[in-house]
Design a protein around this ligand. Structure first.
Ligand code: NAD
Length: 480
């Protein structure tokens, strides 16, 4: 049995209450046991991070490079094992789990390189004889609060830049899936991080998360999760004395537009991948398929046939296309929205049934609604499961207007062979990330990630843009 303990000031702590980490593919399988951290432990972790900050923020880029690169090498060497742990605890398929673990390794390699590339600017003053330097410095102790759906990639894309730019960290992963983050922190700890530079406190959001938000020595919070929690995080960061810098990545209701001139195969694959892979549990999932009337019936027929051929089963079984929903409460939410869609008058064209498999798990047949209007709740509210809505529109102009008619703005896509419409969509989509003839859920790690409107707040994550959040700018004037 794996024990997911807390790392505070370089020591693994196992004391306190424990919770089982249950495999959603087989609820009889207990992946491990996690400690339930307390407010006092969160405070101790912040104190350790504060004590470690002066030395770590002044460490040489070579010291930071070596540790991050060593961690990257171990993650990549162990990606199959880490991916299996991830798939067991979260329920995404083994190829998806291994892919996510590899992604974490690539992110650490990228930010290892960034340690050596931090640069400033030197400018002439408008006043004679004065030099100006603009430099970036670490922010301080950074609190990281992460969701359950990417339990190694999201911690990686927050921890790696935080450490690369010289910050010290307290991370609180989602208590539902603590194993992958624990494994990542273990690798970084053994890669040679000085004590206190990276602290892990597994526990409840209302206790450990809230403690980080309230602590005066936490200078910045990077949060990924739901809009409701994000708003609490923002309010707490503003109320805090001193105020904290904060960054929020939240939900989506992402549109994939399919135009009459689309390559049908490309459109169906983009829809299946974006709406249903990873069990639809991605912030970037396409939950609204906005289809022009000339291709609508062919698209729905081809998509329904493709869905009928998918295997929904144990996440780690060879041949599984879609694993289970993460837990009972998310399954209840998905089923609630299937019922809401029916009540609203949408047509359930495929799926939406609970499935029985060899082991007891949270298996749901992907659900496809047609005859949906963009005012229905299933087209407006984030469901966060394998439930997608097809909205029929007359033409490109209506498709674009419908795509943008949402409080969210994370990712959006269009399938078309027209350069004119593709260019127009890239220009006029109100989303942070736009894809043409591609699934809208997959992204690269060396370029900015983030959304607009109700999906995100603050600087972008990932790639070189991460420096905006994890550093503060200093402007220095010198009269030599
Ligand atoms: P959630 O908001 O319930 O929890 C996110 C984290 O916040 C968890 O670690 C949780 O313990 C913590 N938390 C909860 N209450 C808190 C409080 N009062 N104070 C401090 N911390 C608290 O989200 P979730 O269910 O884990 O994840 C699903 C959500 O995450 C979806 O809305 C999804 O769209 C979003 N998400 C967004 C992105 C993105 O990059 N935009 C990526 C992945 C997931």
């Amino acid at each position: 049995m794996l024990m997911f303990n807390n790392l505070i000031d370089g020591e693994w702590l196992s004391d306190g209450a424990r919770s089982p980490n249950v495999n959603p593919s087989d609820t009889k399988d207990i992946v491990g046991e996690a400690v339930r951290g307390t407010r006092a432990q969160a405070d101790a972790a912040v104190a350790a991070a504060k004590a470690a900050f002066p030395s770590w923020s002044r460490s040489t880029p070579q010291v930071r490079y070596d540790i991050l690169k060593k961690a990257s090498d171990e993650i990549l060497a162990r990606k199959d094992e880490l991916g299996r742990l991830l798939s067991r605890e979260e329920g995404k398929t083994l190829p998806e789990g291994v892919g996510e673990a590899a992604r974490a390794g690539q992110i650490f390699a990228f930010f290892a390189g960034e340690c050596l590339r931090m640069a400033g600017e030197k400018l002439a003053s408008v006043r004679p004889g004065i030099d100006i330097e603009v430099t970036r410095e670490a922010v301080g102790v950074v609190g990281l609060i992460t969701p359950w759906n990417f339990p190694i990639a999201i911690p990686a894309w927050k921890i790696a830049p935080a450490l690369a730019y010289g910050n010290t960290v307290v991370i609180k992963p989602a208590d539902l899936v603590p194993g992958s983050t624990w494994a990542l922190v273990d690798i970084l700890h053994r890669a040679g991080l000085p004590k206190g530079v990276l602290n892990l406190v597994i526990g409840r959001g209302s206790e450990v998360g809230a403690a980080l938000l309230e602590h005066p020595d936490v200078a910045a919070i990077s949060f990924t999760g739901s809009v409701a929690t994000g708003q609490k995080v923002a309010a707490a960061c503003i109320a805090s004395r001193p105020m904290k810098k904060f960054q929020l990545e939240m939900g989506g209701k992402n549109p994939l537009v399919v135009l009459d001139d689309a390559d049908l195969k490309v459109a169906v694959e983009a829809a299946v991948n974006s709406a249903f892979f990873s069990t639809g549990q991605r912030c970037t999932a396409a939950s609204r398929l906005i289809v022009t009337k000339g291709i609508h019936d062919r698209f729905v027929a081809a998509l329904t046939e493709r869905l009928g051929g998918l295997t929904i089963d144990d996440a780690v079984k060879a041949g599984t296309d879609i694993g289970p929903v993460v837990d009972q409460s998310q399954l209840d939410q998905d089923m609630k929205y299937v019922a809401i869609g029916k009540d609203e008058g949408a047509k359930l064209a495929f799926g939406g049934e609970l499935l029985k498999r060899d082991a007891p798990g949270f298996y749901l047949q992907p659900a496809l609604f047609t005859e949906v209007t963009n005012t229905m709740r299933i087209a407006r509210e984030e469901i966060f499961g394998p439930v997608a809505a097809v909205i029929r529109v007359n033409d490109y102009a209506e498709a674009l207007a419908t795509a943008n008619d949402t409080e969210f703005g994370l990712s959006a896509g269009i399938c078309t062979t027209s350069l004119k419409y593709a260019s127009d969509f890239k220009r006029n989509s109100e989303a942070g990330m736009v894809m043409v003839n591609l699934p809208i859920a997959g992204v690269d790690y060396h370029v900015p990630f983030g959304g607009r409107k109700g999906s995100s707040f603050g600087p972008r994550e990932q790639g070189r843009y991460a420096a905006e959040f994890y550093t503060v700018v200093k402007t220095a004037y010198t009269l030599p």
